[in-house]
Design a protein around this ligand. Structure first.
Ligand code: NDP
Ligand code: N5H
Length: 257
């Protein structure tokens, strides 16, 4: 797997800590020889990221700030990438957000603002980023986002985020059709529960981990490295015939009734 991404410039969005799924993806893509460009939102994430890169002896080609809630910030980030890097071959979209108080109780209580916020950060951002990256992906490539089973089924507490992920997964299909003619594939990885900053403090998370150990065919939880390697597959030519797909990396849990 060492040379799968040699010479490829790949943008990774969404490292907030060593536990981030995007950090597992960073490890996999780095081992495959990719040149990595990072985007972050909070200064705290920037500090974590630079420390992690240092600790793991990974050199970033570029690190730029990008708040996906803001069109100007997206345009600025990608024009900096265009100016400093030129052509890119891949984007890893690993960002989502919903108000914590709406990730519990009844979905029927979701506020208009909370609904729109979750959609904006967790689903529309993939569209906005694809739009901004289009003219940098002149040699074709691959876009990969992160989703969860709550898009397909009603999972307690996931609520407004489940609806945002359903919108994200539908966007993957529509974007796959648009971008296919430019040689760009668009896919999603649907990961099982992984303890990250986002998962911290949300209701019912520990129960979800237990359920996988009990019911999933592989009887164990997945980790960031497994998601990283599946994302590497989507980034590489090994998946050249696949687009518009949602691949479950969840120990097989989704097949169990
Ligand atoms: P993390 O908390 O590590 O990552 C979430 C990231 O979202 C952070 O880097 C955060 O950046 C970023 N983010 C939030 N709002 C914005 C914004 N407005 N602009 C730019 N970035 C933003 O959690 P995960 O690694 O768990 O989450 C990554 C993805 O994986 C999400 O899409 C999540 O839904 C998905 N996923 C997670 C699962 C899990 O069990 N953990 C399971 C299945 C899918 P910052 O802190 O700098 O704002
Ligand atoms: C069924 C579950 C458990 C309940 C639902 C969890 C949903 C989590 C997703 C969102 C992204 C979490 C979120 O927005 C948290 C924020 O309100 C507060 N946290 C933060 O602001 C931190 C500091 C930053 C880093 O986080 C973000 N996102 O910016 C689902 C779980 C079994 C699986 C899971 C956890 C899925 C998922 O999509 O992440």
């Amino acid at each position: 797997m060492t040379n799968l991404l040699e010479g490829k410039n790949i943008v990774i969005m969404g490292v907030a800590s060593e536990r981030s799924i995007a950090w597992g993806i960073t490890s996999s893509l780095h081992k495959a020889g990719a040149n990595l460009i990072f985007t972050y939102r909070q200064d705290r994430s920037y500090k974590k990221l630079t420390k992690l890169l240092d600790k793991h002896d990974i050199t970033a080609k570029l690190i730029v700030s990008c708040d996906v809630a803001n069109d100007e910030s997206i345009t600025e980030a990608f024009s900096t990438i265009k100016e400093k890097i030129g052509t890119i071959h891949g984007i890893v979209h690993s960002v989502a957000f919903a108000n914590r108080e709406e990730l519990q109780g009844e979905y029927a209580d979701t506020s208009r603002d909370g609904f729109l916020l979750a959609q904006e950060i967790s689903a529309y951002s993939l569209v906005a980023v694809t739009k901004a990256a289009k003219d940098l992906m002149t040699e074709g490539g691959s876009i990969v986002t992160q989703t969860y089973l709550g898009a397909e089924r009603v999972i307690p507490n996931y609520n407004v985020m489940g609806v945002a992920k359903a919108s994200l997964e539908a966007s993957v299909r529509y974007l796959a059709e648009d971008m296919g003619k430019y040689g760009v594939r668009v896919n999603a990885v649907s990961a099982g529960p992984i303890r990250t900053l986002s998962a911290k403090g949300v209701s019912g998370f520990n129960e979800k981990l237990g359920m996988i150990e009990e019911k999933a065919p592989l009887r164990k939880n997945v980790d960031q490295d497994q998601v990283g390697d599946a994302t590497l597959f989507f980034m590489s030519e090994l998946s050249r015939g696949i687009t518009g797909e949602v691949l479950h990396v969840d120990s097989g849990y989704h097949i169990i009734g």
